[in-house]
Ligand binder design. Structure first.
Ligand SMILES: [Ca+2]
Ligand SMILES: [Ca+2]
Ligand SMILES: [Ca+2]
Ligand SMILES: [Ca+2]
Ligand SMILES: [Zn+2]
Length: 579
């Protein structure tokens, strides 16, 4: 390259133009995908543009020693980040699921560029802490862009594994036979083959019916037998699945494929878990993946049992609203509606951090439509091809006429060292699980809006004095109400049940006063209180979502009294009263 630049001025100009077009600046653009290097540049650019509202956190390093960064967004003038409800958002734990990173970058960009302009965004940045980690699997992201791939390869941690137990590690990956940067499909003409071409679109292959003449045999994904063992592509990179390597409900590889040899054997994954544990204020966790258009909640396995009714109510509120924010997406339960996963990040976060966690499966390939709306179809106007106008045909036409052929590689002859004359073709790397960049803006905005919705539901507690009465000389009855007007309680019911974290504290102090007794007011009308026998000046508190709790204190003395509310997940509050 260097040599070219010296000798060919015109080339230099071209690359400069190209480089300028790709340059990362704030506000960030979402008409293209960010390589690993550009993700880092984007975070650095956001931090440089908004140094007061952000910190750039080096979370750790990957297997191949790439830096994993997160950005913290909050207004430090309204309190330290740890003092506010935390919303943690990550993406791209599977290396190929790159648009998850763009959702994270978009969220960060939106929070920062709209701060001071949009009232709701401004109050979120003032009152909450956002921890945004766009690319968990940084090696995977790097290699997804850099190497030839299918839309579904390069998910693993870069930790070599001997998949076929021949003593060699990752010795037979896919091979980009025609050097176009994609791992496509291979097919070979064979009258005894299992498939024939689709009459409506010969690019598509359909399985022959019994008694029908075949036309082609499908030979799998592009590759050769690199190690000459008689199999093709039997040991590609990895596979350690970074989302099966977390230290909660972990199971070995023979139970859970991709688990790795032990929990947190992934260096980056371990660093991220430590980063999260150091932020006990995190109350909402989002992990973005592709694809399918789903918002998933736990439990991840059936044997874990169902969540409590109260926690489900919180998830339902966020999940059902998220469905409406992103039309077509469905809110589902992982083990029941998808499949069981052991050692995933969201259940780890729920059980170790006491968070409410959601997995966002981004993108629906069926949104790549080439069709009339129902109300545009004139009676009798459906073509005889109607039956063939299913998703696959539509997606090919979408490729042809909306994406100008960028998503699908036409079948092309190729001479294969093992198979002889074959054809290569099919969906390319940047297809199928990723929206074409022209649709990216809509995807990142809607999903970032779902995160915003959940952030607005993190607990905010208001302390109210609702009764103060001198019941005897120098003896006061004081009633305090704690109101949470958001959906999320101050601790999850799972965390309460497991005794995972300390409860919120409500403390009463005064120089010239003593708390004689105090406790939870169970019935304000019938004057019923459940008094705490020891240290009544400190109450252990839990404030439900969309709810309130009330406490009564009998205080003897005089002067100023301070009521303090302290919570791991909600902002602290205090109140002063005078007896
Ligand atoms: Ca092997
Ligand atoms: Ca290729
Ligand atoms: Ca082989
Ligand atoms: Ca191979
Ligand atoms: Zn995934």
């Amino acid at each position: 390259m260097k040599k070219l630049l010296k000798t060919a001025g015109i080339l230099f100009f071209y690359f400069t133009m190209n480089g300028t077009a790709q340059e990362v600046g704030v506000p960030l653009r979402f008409d293209h995908y960010y390589t690993y290097g550009q993700v880092v540049e984007a975070l650095e650019a956001l931090h440089a543009a908004y140094p007061r509202l952000t910190t750039l956190d080096l979370v750790g390093y990957s297997e191949e020693n790439r830096a994993i960064y997160a950005i913290t967004i909050t207004n430090p003038e309204t309190g330290d980040h740890l003092s506010k409800p935390g919303v943690y958002v990550d993406g791209n734990i599977h290396g190929n699921e790159i648009q998850a990173g763009e959702v994270c970058l978009y969220l960060a960009n939106m929070l920062l560029t709209k701060y001071g302009e949009n009232e709701r965004i401004t109050s979120l940045v003032d009152e909450k802490s956002f921890y945004i980690l766009p690319s968990v699997n940084v090696d995977g992201r790097y290699h997804f862009f850099e190497d030839a791939n299918t839309p579904s390869t390069n998910r693993s941690l870069r930790r070599p594994k001997d998949d076929d137990r021949d003593g060699l590690f990752d010795e037979d990956p896919y091979d980009d036979l025609d050097g176009d940067g994609n791992i496509c499909e291979m097919r070979k003409k064979d009258p005894n083959g299992t498939h024939r071409t689709d009459p409506f679109d010969p690019r598509l292959m359909i399985r022959v019916q019994p008694g029908e003449q075949g036309e082609y045999v499908l030979l799998g994904r592009e590759g050769i037998d690199n190690d000459g063992d008689g199999s093709l592509n039997e040991d590609a990179e990895g596979y350690v699945d970074p989302n099966r390597n977390w230290g909660y409900s972990w199971q070995p590889n023979y139970v859970q494929r991709g688990a790795g040899y032990y929990p947190f054997s992934g260096t980056g994954i371990k660093a991220i878990s430590e980063y999260m544990l150091a932020r006990p204020n995190i109350m909402v966790v989002w992990a973005f993946h592709n694809s399918g258009g789903m918002f998933l909640r736990g439990p991840s396995t059936q044997d874990a049992g169902e969540f409590s009714r109260e926690d489900i109510r919180v998830y339902d509120y966020i999940g059902e609203n998220s469905e409406k924010i992103t039309p077509g997406y469905r809110y589902l339960v992982i083990w029941k509606d998808l499949y069981a996963t052991y050692g995933d990040s969201n259940e780890w976060a729920n059980h170790m951090l006491g968070s409410y966690s959601l997995v966002g499966e981004l993108f629906q390939s069926q949104s790549e439509t080439y069709a009339l709306n129902e109300d545009q179809v004139k009676p009798g106007a459906r073509s005889p091809q109607q039956g063939a106008e299913d998703t696959n045909h539509q997606r090919l036409k979408f490729n042809d006429h909306v994406a100008q052929g960028e998503l699908y590689k036409p079948w092309t002859p190729f001479t294969h060292p093992d198979y002889g004359e074959i054809e290569l073709g099919g969906w390319v790397k940047m297809s199928s699980r990723l929206p074409h960049p022209f649709m990216l803006q809509d995807l990142v905005h809607r999903n970032a809006s779902a995160v915003i919705f959940s952030a607005e539901q993190t607990p905010e507690v208001e302390l109210q004095l609702f009764r103060k009465e001198e019941i005897k000389k120098g003896l006061y009855k004081v009633r305090i109400r704690l109101v949470n007007s958001n959906a999320i309680p101050t601790l999850s019911y799972m965390a309460l049940k497991d005794n995972l974290l300390r409860k919120d504290l409500l403390t009463v102090t005064g120089n010239d006063a003593t708390v004689v007794t105090g406790g939870l007011l169970t019935d304000p009308y019938l004057d019923k209180t459940s008094y705490k026998e020891h240290k009544p000046e400190i109450q252990f508190v839990h404030v439900p979502g969309f709810g309130k709790v009330e406490y009564e204190f009998l205080i003897s003395g005089k002067g100023k009294i301070r009521i303090d509310y302290s919570s791991l997940k909600a902002r602290d509050q205090s109140l002063e009263i005078t007896l």
